[in-house]
Design a protein around this ligand. Structure first.
Ligand code: FA5
Ligand code: MG
Length: 462
């Protein structure tokens, strides 16, 4: 599911389609003190990552994806985009950090970011747990505290793979890539709030102003998107201006690029807008969206970093911002790639299309025919349909068919009038991007999905 950082999960109704679609900081002494009290053991604890327990829910399909390392291929569109974004940030100001291992502690991924144990994003239905203390990072924010702590520069950038038990459609995939950015200022050397604000504003003035029109109806802060208690409002506004100007410059440059590089790019000006958002680790917070293929597509979340994050990094006096951007989303718009699943394709017709350092329009290749199969089953007695989570079925389907499934749709849900047992029916469209699937092959996939439904959920197939 899409993480709603502010409130609880939404249950999928019978009418909903679940699509598996393709192309679709003052004193040095303060620092010493807080640093030594950092729970580093929770951060590292690497040797315990391989233990399994009742929390383990990582599947072999996802495990295989962790080995793909798409960003290490300079000709992959995600690497080309990463390099373009990196080039927009001065190297002497922003350290590029590398975190190749997606296995992180629950502390890093959640607790260090004020994400409490009752937050929906921590549930087993949304996160891949290696065991109760370790997860596959669900966002690059998992490295914020150590990045704010360790780098010699006031800024950092991280590009890495992240994993979520998410729905699948043309813009969502259980494995994707994010770029995290952070920037801090210290009041050290300044004698007043005014001086700190002036320092931040000087840095803002150095950032080129984007020519691209970006709609911004948001307020600097308000009750629903508050500034932090204890933070001076002028400091909050100065940080926000720096943050927004930075991101507008990056996004503006990238979208100007598409207009230049791709003759088939839409002639209509792109619509880009800021909206309010909520994250436990920033306040106030925003998201940026772009209007793409008839819908608003969320590109990134960002905001003024919560002081507790700086506390944990050992620099309670610092102030700053952070953002987390979905690389696939931007790459889809930039290269004209219509489906997020394509990024994982090993088909030479995809892989060989791209050249390091060059933004080129995606050339579609032919689509092979698909075959529908229905999976109808009675849930175990006493189970209500809402207890069978769509993501449970998604994992079974993915385990069996990896990327040979185009979409999964809940087509029927009813309760037997006498027995009161509940029945669900899902329709799965099997389709390959690389070849025509044979019936025999689909039968094997179908049997495997049916078997897993029986053994994992005790359903009675109809
Ligand atoms: C986050 O992950 C926050 N860590 C972002 C952040 C960082 C906020 C720093 C404030 C400060 P969110 O869950 O909205 O937020 O994801 C960020 C971006 O990742 C989204 O805007 C979207 O572009 C992308 N994204 C999220 N889920 C998926 C998915 N399943 N597939 C592809 N891209 C996704
Ligand atoms: Mg979001």
């Amino acid at each position: 599911m899409r993480i709603n950082w502010s409130c609880g999960r939404q249950l999928v109704s019978a009418q909903d389609w679940i699509q598996i679609r393709r192309v679709r900081g003052f004193h040095a002494s303060t620092r010493q003190l807080t640093n030594s009290s950092l729970p580093r053991h929770q951060e590292a604890n690497k040797e315990n990552r391989s233990n399994t327990d009742e929390w383990t829910n990582i599947t072999s399909t996802i495990e295989r994806l962790t080995d793909r390392k798409l960003l290490s291929n300079p000709a992959h569109p995600l690497s080309i985009l990463t390099d373009i974004i990196f080039s927009k940030f001065p190297e002497q100001e922003y350290t590029r950090a590398n975190f190749p291992n997606p296995r992180v502690s629950v502390y890093e991924n959640f607790e260090s970011l004020n994400i409490t144990s009752d937050h929906v994003s921590r549930s087993k239905t949304d996160t891949y747990y290696l065991n109760k203390d370790h997860v596959l990072r669900t966002h690059t924010s998992a490295h914020q505290v150590e990045s704010f702590r360790d780098h010699p520069t006031p800024g950092f950038l991280i590009a890495a793979d992240v994993y979520r038990r998410d729905e699948i459609d043309k813009t969502h995939y259980p494995a994707f890539h994010q770029m995290e950015g952070g920037r801090w200022w210290s009041p050290q050397g300044t004698s007043s709030v005014k001086e700190l604000v002036a320092k931040i504003n000087q840095d803002t003035a150095k950032i080129p102003v984007s020519e691209i029109k970006i709609i911004d109806d948001t307020l600097p802060f308000h009750d629903g998107n508050p500034k932090q208690h204890g933070q001076h409002q002028e400091v909050c506004i100065a940080i926000t201006n720096h943050l927004k100007r930075t991101l507008e410059m990056v996004v503006g440059d990238i979208f100007e690029n598409i207009a230049l590089g791709d003759p088939s790019a839409p002639k209509e000006p792109l619509q880009i807008r800021w909206i309010d958002a909520t994250f436990p680790f920033t306040s106030p917070s925003w998201e940026m969206e772009v209007y793409w293929q008839g819908d608003w597509l969320e590109l990134f979340g960002c905001g003024v970093t919560q002081q507790r994050v700086f506390d944990r990094a050992g620099y309670p006096e610092r102030v700053g911002w952070a953002f987390g951007l979905g690389l696939e989303r931007l790459a889809m718009v930039l290269f004209g790639i219509p489906d997020i699943r394509l990024f994982w394709s090993e088909d030479p017709r995809f892989v060989e299309q791209f050249t390091p350092g060059v933004v080129s329009a995606f050339k579609p290749f032919s689509k092979y025919p698909g075959t529908y199969r229905d999976f109808a089953f009675w849930l175990k007695e006493g189970t209500i349909p809402e207890e069978f989570h769509d993501n449970d079925l998604m994992d079974i389907v993915r385990e069996a068919a990896v990327d040979l499934v185009e979409s999964v749709k809940l087509i029927d849900k009813f309760t037997h009038p006498h027995t009161k047992r509940n029945s669900l029916c899902y329709r799965v469209l099997f389709q390959s991007m690389e070849r025509t699937l044979q019936n025999d092959e689909i039968n094997v996939l179908q049997d495997s999905i049916r078997d897993s439904l029986k053994t994992k959920f005790g359903v009675e197939l109809r």
